[in-house]
Design a protein around this ligand. Sequence first.
Ligand code: ZN
Length: 291
Amino acid sequence: MANVLGVDIGGTKIRLGIIDTAGTLLYDEKIATQFPLYTYLEENVLRLLKQFPDVEAIGIGTHGFVDPKLGRIIFSTDALPGWSGTAVKEQLEAATGKRVEVENDANCAALAEAKFGAAKGLDRVVCLTLGTGLGGGILWDGKLLSGGPNGGAAELGHLTLYPGGAECACGRKGCYEQYVSGTGIQRRIREAGLDMSPLEMFKAAATDEKSAGLMKGFAYDLAIVISSLQAVFDMQAVIIGGGVSESADYWWPQLQEELKPLLLNPLNILTAEFGNDAGVLGAALLVLEGK
Ligand SMILES: [Zn+2]
């Protein structure tokens, strides 16, 4: 098969990459997200297709709730104004004459890790992306468990961890995302009366009692999240990615400690391999795998 184009759409930037069948990134570029988004996306995809005429298909990963069957955006927050309701697959296939597939960005990241990254060779995997929010991706027998009538499957960040707890952007309270994400960690730091970044807190935990308490709280919550997911999926591995995973060296031993009494069965817990490349690679995989 010829090369494919992967597109990773976020609130501030869009990444476009040409990828071959082995998952090698042959070319990539980052552009600032502009609106109206669909028109801007189509212009840039057509520009790249002219530059790389051997591209056979286009995979798109995007922030928001997606119907992967129709390739349509069901709901997107204000991060991408006007994006909700856009029939991306239908319009872009008509404009380019190529096959187009669309998925949620956290699902794309999971696909990349499972096919080429930390979970290569495994087919039942849960990925947790601890960034600003908490993204979830589930690979079930090698395929993404995604979509649903509201595009909301695998939205692991909105499972309830503490009923009546911290307010979430989804309008409810106590979601995983409010505890186990960069934003959640920052809230804990603020509430403890400290003024530091999550990385500074993790570093300080070795010597400062308050920071150590915060790190333990975070590791305990993450351990509950992982053990609950294990009870549902009995996955072969959990992959932890996103910005928070970059400081994993500091909190990993504490996480292992908290997991000991909580896991039902042994479980591989790994950090993600791709970092920022996961989104664009996973988007490309939507059309590389003949999904
Ligand atoms: Zn929520």
